[in-house]
Design a protein around this ligand. Sequence first.
Ligand code: ZN
Length: 90
Amino acid sequence: MTGQQYGDEMPCDAVIERIYEFLDGELTSDVDAQIRDHLGRCRSCYPHFRHEEVFLRFLERRVQIEKAPPSLRRRIFKQLLDDEIARDES
Ligand SMILES: [Zn+2]
């Protein structure tokens, strides 16, 4: 990426704008590192990132759920819900 930047700091909107690409691993390693760095320090972006990550993990697991036989499917789904509830309570 070329052009002007705010020091080595990426602005919050730029991070949020790229969050899906980041989660999908579609960014160049430069941008990926910048976002990772920002999320490690920025308190306003981090909760957002966590939320998106949970959502993406749910989509990934859904593929497994669709392939699974009904009994297993139910177990995976229940485990996923339990995970979510545990996370909300902590
Ligand atoms: Zn931020």
